[in-house]
Design a binder for this molecule. Structure first.
Ligand SMILES: NC(=O)c1ccc[n+]([C@@H]2O[C@H](COP(=O)([O-])OP(=O)(O)OC[C@H]3O[C@@H](n4cnc5c(N)ncnc54)[C@H](OP(=O)(O)O)[C@@H]3O)[C@@H](O)[C@H]2O)c1
Length: 337
């Protein structure tokens, strides 16, 4: 017998938690994976971002009415307050890798993060997960890394119980690392190995990071802790590039670029990025970031402390979403030596 809409909603409600989590920045790369995991875990999810009309696809992750999209800008306190109405928990994912217009590191990572936390506290919400980044350091030469560290301090000042997650680079469909290099390799016969490609990373699968966010929200013992999150293996920038070109079956020259030349490239990237609709391919601040390894310090609490084990490797996941960059896509079964 056909069900009425009311019966469908009732059934949906029975499998949903009664709890509402607001995800600031839920429409971005990490947000897409985290919203899906939150829906599966039964949360009602309110995604708050500046352009919710671009995030309609998120609604298919949940049951009818489970995902709500609202307009909010974390630079505007009133919009944060509106988004927080009736919420039980908050996840803040808003961040940028390069500055653009009013979207500055300080306005988002420091003031914006502090505002989200202080407004959450004002609404009586202590269950807050804040997404920082591995390498957050108040003494770093990189403004990105310094702003992430200052943001953490503001968040903890406002909500001492906040859980702060510091992931290394994250991979998965839509990422800014493997996909970005693959897109570049389609266009260019040469790929730059910034600083010789020796910088080390600990790539973490977005699905595993999403599990960490769920654990952070659901585990009272995690409250007030900073977690450093990395994947199962350490890879140099060169190894990441090699995996990309091997996966997409394209022979490309990996050209070592010394630091001074990388700085010039970063400068050129910033000039290009000042043009409308152009994303800078590299900035001088990113070059500074690349000078330090981006790997987990094992003395800090990590994924295992959140109960997240059985991590995915880049080798296992990346081919699934990079296959479209191969000549002839999934119909290409050539194996490069
Ligand atoms: N991706 C990684 O490998 C990685 C690694 C370590 C740490 N992180 C951190 O993880 C967080 C999420 O990264 P991501 O890769 O998912 O970034 P992303 O794809 O660029 O997503 C950013 C999100 O923030 C929203 N946003 C931007 N400015 C906003 C504002 N003023 N007010 C409200 N929402 C705003 C964007 O939507 P609208 O543009 O519609 O507002 C989008 O939903 C960031 O804090 C980043 O620093 C990422």
């Amino acid at each position: 017998m056909a069900l009425t809409l009311g019966q469908v909603l009732l059934q949906a409600g029975q499998t949903m938690k009664d709890k509402l989590v607001v995800v600031f920045g839920g429409s971005g790369f990490l947000g897409t994976h985290i919203v899906r995991a939150l829906c599966k875990d039964g949360w009602r999810v309110r995604v708050a971002c500046r352009r919710p009309h671009r995030a309609l696809a998120l609604q298919v992750n949940g049951q009818v009415g489970q995902v709500q999209l609202v307009q909010a800008n974390i630079r505007m306190p009133a919009s944060i307050d509106r988004a927080l109405q009736g919420a039980d928990a908050v996840v803040n994912l808003v961040g940028v890798l390069f500055e653009e217009g009013r979207q500055k590191f300080t306005s988002l990572h420091v003031r914006g993060a502090g505002l989200v936390a202080s407004r959450a506290a004002a609404h009586g919400i202590a269950n807050l997960v804040h997404m920082s980044a591995l390498g957050a350091d108040a003494t770093s030469p990189s403004r990105y890394a310094r702003s992430k560290a200052e943001g953490e301090t503001r968040v903890r000042d406002a909500v001492p119980d906040a859980v702060i997650l510091r992931p290394s680079v994250v991979f998965g469909p839509g990422d800014g690392l493997f996909e970005r290099f693959a897109a570049l390799a389609v266009l260019s016969p040469v790929l730059p190995l910034i600083g010789g490609g020796h910088s080390r990373f600990q790539p973490l699968y977005a699905g595993d990071l999403a599990r960490a966010v769920l654990a952070a929200l659901n585990t009272p013992q995690a409250r007030g802790t900073i977690f450093a999150l990395g994947g199962p293996e350490v890879m140099t920038l060169k190894q990441i590039m090699e995996l990309v070109v091997h996966t997409i079956r394209r022979r490309r020259l990996l050209l070592p670029v010394p630091w001074f030349a990388a700085n010039l490239l970063g400068w050129a990237g910033e000039i290009a990025g000042a043009l409308p609709f152009v994303t800078p391919f590299l900035t001088r601040d990113q070059v500074l970031l690349l000078k330090s390894d981006n790997v987990v310090d094992d003395s800090m609490p990590g994924l295992a402390d959140l109960g997240v084990t059985g991590l995915e490797t880049a080798q296992a996941i990346v081919p699934d979403y990079l296959v479209r960059y191969r000549p002839h896509g999934q119909f290409n079964d050539e194996v490069l030596a």
